[in-house]
Design a protein around this ligand. Structure first.
Ligand SMILES: *[C@@H]1O[C@H](CO)[C@@H](O)[C@H](O)[C@H]1NC(C)=O
Ligand SMILES: *[C@@H]1O[C@H](CO)[C@@H](O)[C@H](O)[C@H]1NC(C)=O
Ligand SMILES: *[C@@H]1O[C@H](CO)[C@@H](O)[C@H](O)[C@H]1NC(C)=O
Ligand SMILES: *[C@@H]1O[C@H](CO)[C@@H](O)[C@H](O)[C@H]1NC(C)=O
Ligand SMILES: *[C@@H]1O[C@H](CO)[C@@H](O)[C@H](O)[C@H]1NC(C)=O
Ligand SMILES: *[C@@H]1O[C@H](CO)[C@@H](O)[C@H](O)[C@H]1NC(C)=O
Ligand SMILES: *[C@@H]1O[C@H](CO)[C@@H](O)[C@H](O)[C@H]1NC(C)=O
Ligand SMILES: *[C@@H]1O[C@H](CO)[C@@H](O)[C@H](O)[C@H]1NC(C)=O
Ligand SMILES: *[C@@H]1O[C@H](CO)[C@@H](O)[C@H](O)[C@H]1NC(C)=O
Ligand SMILES: *[C@@H]1O[C@H](CO)[C@@H](O)[C@H](O)[C@H]1NC(C)=O
Ligand SMILES: *[C@@H]1O[C@H](CO)[C@@H](O)[C@H](O)[C@H]1NC(C)=O
Length: 269
């Protein structure tokens, strides 16, 4: 018996969602000095790879909203970055993301700062936040074409390492970039597992509860991490390691730019 269902109700449901989204979004990749984002408004990177908007994690029934980034071209909603990891808002329509005093700032319902790029900059220019198509949200002086970045989300990842970002140890500030797992699938607050670069050898380590070594990639041999033999040369990822007096880092690109791939510090470690 043929009991195929009519696909139209499903399709039109999606169509309505999409057009609602489009209607409410600024339809831009930039937040200028005089613009703000609230409620269901989003910005989309220029080539349409990523969207920045409010989301509710997992299947949560609680009204906890987070400002985050997701892939546009992956049908299963996949969050790659979260601004207010630990400070959800319950009323997204009165929470505002905008440029304020030289920073990109997220204000909660009471217009209290709950997340900020935290620069003590003295920049006098007109700042703008631009969402690049590799998933990097950058803050820069819009009146200055020198393209000097004041801040970038690639330096402040949450649990995901995207192609082009650096997982670095800064030898001047002695600070590590860390990927930190979510607490659980409904709470993006920092959980128990963290990945960071070893300071003195070119390997990655996963720490449990901030201090207990849990996993080690083994040193980089120029092509693969020694203790990750399943990592094959010329497979998907083009890794490179850079080390100088200022910083040490790994970065990677995809050999095939049409592939969508990422590294995630998972809840389970
Ligand atoms: C906002 O600022 C931009 C650039 O400074 C300008 O082009 C635009 O007209 C302004 N928009 C409004 C509504 O003031
Ligand atoms: C949400 O619910 C669906 C259907 O019950 C389930 O398949 C999915 O794994 C759940 N997602 C999360 C993140 O719990
Ligand atoms: C906004 O954030 C402040 C500081 O964290 C908090 O005291 C206040 O209750 C928040 N407002 C709402 C409506 O949640
Ligand atoms: C910045 O570059 C754009 C085009 O690339 C140009 O139209 C604009 O005049 C430049 N602005 C400054 C201040 O140089
Ligand atoms: C790296 O430093 C740690 C102490 O922080 C030391 O125990 C370890 O032997 C060092 N490893 C290398 C390869 O120098
Ligand atoms: C993590 O470490 C802290 C001390 O640094 C300890 O109080 C806490 O109980 C530990 N958490 C777990 C889950 O063991
Ligand atoms: C790298 O250094 C850490 C200590 O910082 C050590 O635990 C680890 O074994 C070292 N890895 C290798 C491959 O030498
Ligand atoms: C791999 O990455 C390096 C460093 O970014 C780059 O110079 C090289 O062209 C890349 N190779 C390929 C095949 O994409
Ligand atoms: C890191 O900086 C210290 C000085 O703070 C320097 O002695 C050391 O050689 C630097 N590390 C590298 C790998 O250059
Ligand atoms: C390290 O930083 C200093 C100061 O910014 C800069 O002059 C130098 O060129 C940097 N070194 C490297 C290898 O990038
Ligand atoms: C990468 O993309 C190419 C072309 O779309 C596809 O043939 C290939 O299977 C993809 N690789 C992986 C590992 O998904």
């Amino acid at each position: 018996m043929d009991n195929k269902k009519n696909p139209w109700p499903v399709l039109s449901f999606f169509f309505i969602c999409l057009s609602l989204n489009n209607h409410l979004s600024l339809g831009a990749d930039t937040i200028s000095a005089n613009q703000s984002l609230s409620g269901d408004q989003t910005i989309v990177s220029k080539g349409g790879n990523f969207e920045l908007g409010f989301f509710k994690p997992g299947n949560s029934s609680r009204s906890n909203y987070y400002r985050g980034m997701r892939y546009m071209k992956v049908s299963l909603r996949t969050i790659v970055w979260v601004a207010n990891r630990e400070t959800p808002v319950s009323d997204k329509s009165s929470s505002v993301l905008r440029i304020s005093d030289g920073n990109l700032v997220l204000f909660n319902e009471s217009q209290i700062t709950i997340w900020s790029t935290n620069l003590c900059s003295t920049s006098s220019g007109l700042l703008e936040a631009v969402f690049l198509d590799n998933g990097n949200l950058v803050l820069r002086d819009g009146s200055d074409n020198s393209s000097k970045l004041l801040w970038q989300s690639f330096d402040k990842p949450t649990h995901t390492w995207l192609p082009g970002a650096k997982m670095a140890y800064n030898n001047r500030t002695k600070q590590n970039v860390r990927l930190i797992s979510w607490k659980n699938s409904e709470d993006p607050a920092p959980g128990l597992f963290a990945l960071e670069l070893q300071q003195n050898n070119s390997s990655y380590i996963i720490l449990w509860n901030k201090s207990v070594p849990y996993w080690n990639s083994g040193p980089w041999d120029g092509n693969i991490f020694s203790w990750v033999p399943e990592m094959r040369v010329n497979y998907i990822y083009n890794f490179s390691y850079v080390s100088n007096e200022n910083e040490s880092y790994f970065t990677y690109s995809l050999y095939n730019p049409s592939n969508i791939s990422r590294f995630v510090m998972d809840i389970s470690g």
